[in-house]
Design a protein around this ligand. Structure first.
Ligand code: GLU
Length: 478
């Protein structure tokens, strides 16, 4: 069997090198020859562009990227981020994580990622629209976007608004392309988006951690009871992912003891009401001085406070060699991409902390993007064909049971039983099923590899096996 030796964890890994290192650690548990492994790891196409955009009375040269990590399945898929930290290494790392992420949740896409090196807060909506449309047309020019080629989505600093500019630019450059809407996901529902996409990543984080906490055997090992209820949770980052994750934990009985944002954090061992904290932040402009809670000076400090579950939902590298030893959580759920450096991973593994890896835990976004893409290609809303049929059938069944028993159910039960699936019900159901099924695939791999291996390595082996088999089936050209 081919063995690939991973370098020991040491400081100064680039983000992409960190992903490669995790890959190498896992590759030795797979059966593929080194050539296939090298091909899986490599970024297939890297497109760096620079284009001019007139901002006010000046011309700005904008630096942007689209990286297609793997063409083993098409289209490629992955978000576009707007941030001053965007660089080629980061986009390559994020694109490769997308390949493994899609494989883990059985979404039939290759991985990709895009980025524009701007601080979106420094531009007006009009300027952002100009930058986004120009970026989209650069992608069209080079055939780097299309329903069967490469399908972007939101990521850090972008959302439904940017996706709607992209679909409109694409459609206007490709007149008559009947599937044009499927060139990008995460669109507003009015522009071909799917219901449930906005909250999908945060909801997927909740479903994933819930499944982890429901396995009694694993919880016993780390001294926790089963279930989400009563678990003390800290969430770093209240963007789209962090906010929705916090909301589902809160709604389902977890105690949100800590919350962190750029400006600092809050801690209250009795629990924070996420809805009230968000309202408070909106009205005061910052998270601090929330009634009853203790102010924590920086976002990084909040990570080290006592809790059972820690959810870093902001950016990469926030848990690293210098703070990992002080983390008190027993479970870390990587809602962000790459929040732990390889050094942190090693330290936390030694401490026996369960680290639920990003490429599984935050895959809810791309899973629901897949549903949106399917909806766009089929040109029909989910539930349109079967909702009424289910309701009629449920009515008939309930009436028969009531007739036969001579009893009738209450109003709440009646509406629950009769309800036929709406689009959002089907999306949530597909997402929940995916998160549960994929978690158990990773857990099985973890158990079969044996001790000393963490969940990230197990998740990588699952991904490598799937991508490797796809390469074998494709055949390699002579
Ligand atoms: N940006 C998200 C991620 O990192 C979603 C990607 C997608 O939906 O294509 O997974």
């Amino acid at each position: 069997m081919e063995t690939v030796t991973a370098k020991p964890a040491q400081a100064h890994y680039s983000f992409f090198q960190g992903v490669e290192r995790s890959f190498d650690l896992a590759a030795k548990y797979t059966r593929f020859e080194s050539g296939i492994l090298e091909q899986i790891k490599a970024c297939n196409s890297v497109y760096q562009m620079k284009f001019p955009v007139r901002i006010g009375d000046k011309i700005e040269v904008i630096e942007a990227y689209r990286v297609q990590h793997s063409h083993h399945k098409l289209p490629c898929k992955g978000g576009i981020r707007y941030s001053m930290d965007v660089n080629q290494d980061e986009v390559m790392a994020l694109a490769s994580l997308m390949t493994y992420k899609c494989a883990i949740v059985n979404v039939p896409f290759g991985g990709a990622k895009g980025g524009i090196k701007i601080n979106p807060k420094q531009y007006t909506a009009f300027e952002l629209e100009k930058i986004t449309r120009r970026y989209a047309s650069e992608l069209v020019k080079k055939n780097f976007i299309g329903p069967g080629i490469d399908v972007p989505a939101p990521d850090y600093g972008t959302g439904a608004r940017e996706m709607s500019w992209i679909v409109d630019t694409y459609a206007s450059l490709k007149p008559g392309e009947v599937d044009a809407q499927a060139c990008v996901t995460g669109k507003p529902v009015t522009q071909g988006g799917v219901r449930g996409r906005t909250e999908a990543t945060g909801l997927g984080v909740y479903y994933g951690i819930k499944e982890v906490c429901d396995v009694a055997e694993d919880m016993k090992k780390i001294g926790l009871t089963t279930g989400i209820e009563g678990k003390r949770v800290i969430i770093q980052g209240l963007g789209n992912v962090g906010y929705h994750a916090a909301k589902y934990f809160f709604d389902n009985g977890a105690i949100i003891v800590g919350l962190a944002e750029h400006e600092g954090g809050l801690y209250n061992e009795k629990g924070l009401d996420i809805y009230k904290v968000v309202e408070h932040r909106k009205s005061t402009g910052h998270i601090q001085n929330f009634p009853g809670a203790k102010n924590v000076p920086t976002s990084a400090d909040v990570l080290e406070m006592p809790c059972d579950i820690l959810i870093p939902a902001a950016l990469e590298n926030v848990i690293n060699g210098s703070n990992a030893a002080r983390i008190q959580a027993k479970i870390i759920g990587e809602a962000a991409n790459g929040p732990l450096t390889p050094e942190a991973d090693e330290i936390l593994n030694q401490k026996g902390v369960i680290v639920v890896p990003d490429m599984y835990l935050n895959a809810g976004g791309v899973t629901v993007s897949y549903f949106e893409w399917l909806k766009n290609l089929s040109h029909v809303r989910f539930g349109r064909m079967d909702k009424r049929f289910s309701e009629n059938q449920n009515t008939f069944l309930l009436k028969s049971v009531e007739h036969l028993t001579g009893k009738s159910v209450g109003d709440t039960e009646r509406s629950l039983i009769l309800h036929g699936p709406d689009e959002v019900d089907l999306v949530y159901s597909g997402l929940e099923d995916t998160m549960i099924g994929s978690y158990h695939e990773i857990r099985e791999a973890l158990l079969s590899i044996g001790s000393g291996v963490n969940m990230r390595t197990a998740a990588f082996t699952v991904a490598i096996n799937k991508v490797g088999v796809a390469y074998e089936e494709l055949g390699i050209f002579p």
